[in-house]
Design a protein around this ligand. Structure first.
Ligand code: NAD
Length: 335
């Protein structure tokens, strides 16, 4: 059987590794092989790929997406690209944005150039709802312009525009996905869900930004992966597809649920100074993915959160190595 050879960038991170485990798992398609290209920054965890390491359809390349010497030859051996690699944490981008511009913008440009040169048939560029900026009411459709409020979101918006232009200028089959906040297992404990869960499980305090009323839409990683696969296999070239989760919560509500799930109380919550430029609310309209591709989030939030907490409780060895990293002292919601 001929196989579609997929190059997955950032495949050792939270969402990328779940994509790879899903594709090469028992329910995944049997006509794909996967190469992960990952630089193994602080956000990657080699253990996230343990499940697939022995698969004959899996290969791992440790390398930087910004390096054309690495990317070019690899691209020549593949049919499609699913691009997850990024610097992904807003707070880090507020402390220093250089690495965000380098990886998210320049790295994407290196990949797009190589994809064009080597005749890649489909390039899925994974992006975020944060590019739309804050929406007080309603939901952002794909037609809306980008209006980012953090260096992270600006670097993602720049990479989205670049990717779309490779379709317009060069007719490269690029498809952009913009999802809301993902939650689930294997997420580095700096973003709000794994940060709070790992701290609460240790009996420690958790930091809540500002008045805690910032709103996010929560998307389980299983639903996100399903959405990405629909876009890869059925989407159209040059199109943007929003992928929403369907559970909108402010951070106080989310914290309340996390406290309950971890058997903790509000005594363990400390209000801290708000994040600079903190977007009040994100919300994406995912009708286009629904009507064109049949996308619909399926995971019940309460069930997904309970499973996530149970996973962190049972996999202490996975997150022990990451715990206490650049103290997420300020904690932090969002991607
Ligand atoms: P992550 O931080 O967990 O993983 C990023 C991965 O990229 C890591 O494995 C890291 O080692 C790798 N990487 C970073 N720089 C690299 C480079 N120069 N070369 C090669 N690899 C490099 O991120 P994630 O949460 O899995 O996010 C994946 C993608 O999804 C990102 O593009 C992010 O912007 C987007 N996204 C994430 C969320 C979310 O809720 N986590 C929401 C919307 C969009």
């Amino acid at each position: 059987m001929s196989q579609t050879r997929i190059l997955v960038t950032g495949g050792a991170g939270f969402i990328g590794s779940h994509y790879v485990r899903t594709l090469l798992g028992p329910l995944g398609p049997d006509d794909v092989s996967v190469t992960v290209l990952d630089a193994f920054t602080y956000a990657a965890n080699p253990a996230s790929l343990d499940e697939v390491r022995d698969s004959p359809r899996f290969r791992l390349v440790v390398g930087d997406i910004c390096d054309p010497e690495v990317v070019g030859p690899l691209m020549a051996e593949h049919d499609e690209v699913v691009h997850f690699a990024a610097e992904s944490h807003v707070d880090r981008s507020l402390s220093s944005s250089a690495e965000f511009v380098r990886t998210n913008v320049m790295g994407t440009q290196v990949l797009l150039d190589a994809a064009l040169h080597h005749g890649i048939s489909t390039f899925v560029h994974v992006s975020t709802d944060e590019v739309y900026g804050s929406v007080p009411t309603g939901s952002s459709t794909e037609e809306e312009s980008v209006d980012p409020n953090s260096p992270y979101a600006a670097s993602k918006a720049a990479s989205d525009l670049l990717a779309l232009v490779y379709h317009r200028s060069h007719d490269l089959d690029v498809r952009v996905t913009r999802c809301s906040n993902n939650y689930g297992h294997h997420q580095f404990p700096e973003k709000i869900v794994p940060l709070f869960v790992t701290r609460l499980l240790q009996g420690r305090k958790v930091p809540l930004y500002g008045d805690g009323m910032n709103v996010r839409d929560w998307l389980h990683i299983d639903d996100h992966i399903r959405g990405i696969e629909l876009v890869r296999t059925r989407g159209r070239a040059g199109e943007i597809y929003n992928i929403g989760g369907g559970t909108e919560l402010n951070n106080r509500e989310l914290t309340d649920r996390l406290l309950q799930a971890c058997g903790a109380t509000w005594d363990q919550v400390e209000y801290v100074e708000d994040r600079k430029g903190h977007d009040r609310r994100y919300s994406v309209d995912w009708h286009k993915a629904h009507t064109e591709l049949g996308y619909k989030p399926q995971k019940d939030f309460a069930e997904g959160l309970a499973e996530t907490v149970a996973w962190y409780r049972d996999h202490r060895e996975w997150w022990d190595r990451a715990d206490g990293t650049p103290d997420a002292a300020a904690g932090a919601p969002a991607c």
